[in-house]
Each structure stands twice: as structure tokens, then as C-alpha cells.
Design a protein around this ligand. Sequence first.
Ligand code: ADP
Length: 213
Amino acid sequence: MKLILLGAPGAGKGTVAKLLTKIDGSVQISTGDILRGAVAAGTELGKQAQAAMKAGDLVSDDLIMGIMEERLKEDDCKSGYLLDGFPRTIPQAEALKTLLEKMGEKLDAAVEIDVPRDVILDRLTTRRTCTGCGEIYNVKSNPPKVEGVCDKCGEPVVQRDDETEEAISNRLNVYNDQTAPLVGFYEKEGLLLSVDATSSEAVINAIQERINS
Ligand code: ADP
């Protein structure tokens, strides 16, 4: 599978991507995870991305395209990839289109995961993330067995520092202004698959139906 997962922060892109990797061995590529890793490691990339991320603003298109050009050429992408959090602007979508044409690759679909804003707000304020492996928890519906400790890898589970109310509200506005227009872009490309995200299973089923049709 070669898919783009579109959807507001908290729509469940990461959860859906993780479930899909188990089906056919496609890799999940999350630009947010790559950037958080760079910030934690204190690399040059991390230093350049840190301030924008903390405020809930986007990192520059050039920086992101530099990362993705390298990433998509890696060997593990041969079995397919699930792009989670990329592209996020029209210039990124156009640059990705050019890059894939150069590489002779075609996307199967751009999946829009649609979730009401009040559900999103509730999810993001209660979301917790593992600093080690990126596993997602929720303090209300899916807490780790031991508070603050990842079930999978034992590393600390924390609230991301862009998950303050202010940064969340900014991220949702940034999504509406800069990322939502990608729905129209991929509709024109004939790649759009819109799904009502009642549950992750419903999203997975809709994707499998599309891929197998
Ligand atoms: P979410 O989807 O939950 O908002 P991500 O983990 O995808 O969060 O991204 C976290 C932050 O990383 C974003 O708010 C933004 O600052 C930066 N980021 C991630 N992907 C991109 C991208 N494709 N373009 C620009 N900035 C990005």
C-alpha cells in the first residue's frame, strides 16, 4: 500500500497507520515522529524545527521535503508506505507529486479521516505519547498499565508539549487553513477516499475495500 493519511491532529492517523502496517508490512512514516526524534537528539534539524513545533505551527516546506526525499528512497519503502502527517500544505503535495513521478511511483489513495472538532479536542487534551516508541495512550480510554510508563517499551509516557490548550487550538486552525485544502487537491487527482472515522476498524475496512477493488 502507498497511502497518504489526511486528517486533523487527533483524527487517528497514527493509530490507523500502526494497524495498517500489521496487515501488509508497509512502513509508517510520520514526519511528526521524525521531527520529535530530531528535537530529542538535539540535531541541527531538531534545532530548526523546535520553536515552530512547540507553538503548533508548521515547520518549513523546504525542511520537510529534505527529510522526505531521503526517507522515501530508503529500502523499507519498497514494501509500501503510509504517510502520516505529510504532506500538510499544497506546496508539499505538489513537491511530493513531482518526487513520486521522478521515482516512477504511484499512490493508491489519499485517505481523509473525518472526525468532529469536539471529539478531537477531547482526544488531544487526554492523549499521552511514549517518548521511546511513540505508542499513543489516552488517560481516560486507554491508559498505560502503570501510570506514566509505556506497556511496550518501558520508556516514559508524557503529554506532548504541543498539547497545551493554546497549542492545540493553534494546530487545529493551522490544519483548517493549510492542510484541509489538500482534500480538494487529491480529489482532483482522483485519489481521494473520505471515511467517517467512527472507529479505527471502520477506517481500515474502507481502505482495504478500496485497495482490493
Ligand atoms: P499532529 O498530527 O498530532 O498535529 P504531528 O506529530 O503530525 O502532530 O506533528 C507535530 C508537529 O510537527 C506539527 O505541529 C508541526 O509543527 C510539525 N510537522 C509535522 N509534519 C509536518 C509537515 N508535513 N509539515 C510541516 N510541519 C510538520
